[in-house]
Design a protein around this ligand. Structure first.
Ligand SMILES: [Zn+2]
Length: 199
């Protein structure tokens, strides 16, 4: 799939139809994708790859679900926290409000994002779910279009490779009810709506 074509197709739909003042820099940024290189695929949103220590060494998981989080904190500090062995937490991917993202582990690594958790009779979501987090608090500030679309760009190849249906994209609050409330139902719905446009 050509992600830029997809973005151009769907991005107008992400805007309110009668928006009084569409942000001009938005359409400008759409026309300036990062240039392709021989070694890396074309990416619309910049991606930094890191290797978090907060994984179960030697464990290989076969992800069947995506668990959505928000980090509460700001992007840079949240990346640092995920990279700090003292925190003992990490998502697979953390996405900033402007759409740039850090990938901290491969999909088959067992990162420590969900803690005590269960879903449909299966315990320990870390053993079967990829953790994706958005910067900030999704209850306080709705996700930006860039944050949603960056998640779409990150997830599309993973959903394809592991045959994960959209119904298996769930919230941290779903797997750790009472203990966690992230992410907001609205953030979850926005991601599903965006994915539904391209799948
Ligand atoms: Zn969480």
């Amino acid at each position: 799939m050509n992600f830029l074509d997809f973005l151009r197709r769907m991005f107008p739909m992400a805007q309110p139809p009668a928006a009084p003042a569409p942000a001009p820099e938005k359409s400008k940024s759409l026309g300036t994708p990062s240039s392709p290189t021989a070694s890396s695929p074309v990416r619309y949103y910049p991606q930094t790859n890191r290797k978090t220590p907060n994984v179960s060494a030697g464990r290989v998981i076969k992800p069947t679900h995506i668990v959505l989080h928000h980090s509460s904190g700001a992007y840079a500090g949240s990346v640092s926290w995920c990279m700090d062995p003292i925190s003992k937490v990490s998502y697979h991917c953390l996405i900033a409000r402007n759409g740039k993202r850090t990938v901290l582990a491969t999909p088959s690594q067992r990162t420590w994002h969900a803690g005590v958790s269960s879903w449909q009779g299966r315990k320990d979501a870390n053993s079967f779910a990829i953790g994706l987090a958005w910067e900030g608090d999704t209850y306080q500030v709705p996700l930006s279009d860039d944050a949603i679309l960056s998640a779409v760009e990150y997830l599309l190849p993973i959903l394809d490779e592991y045959h994960i249906p959209l119904s298996n994209i769930i919230r941290h609050a779903d797997v750790s009810p009472g203990r966690k409330d992230d992410c907001s139902p609205a953030a979850h719905a926005a991601l599903i709506a965006a994915l539904n446009r391209v799948l």
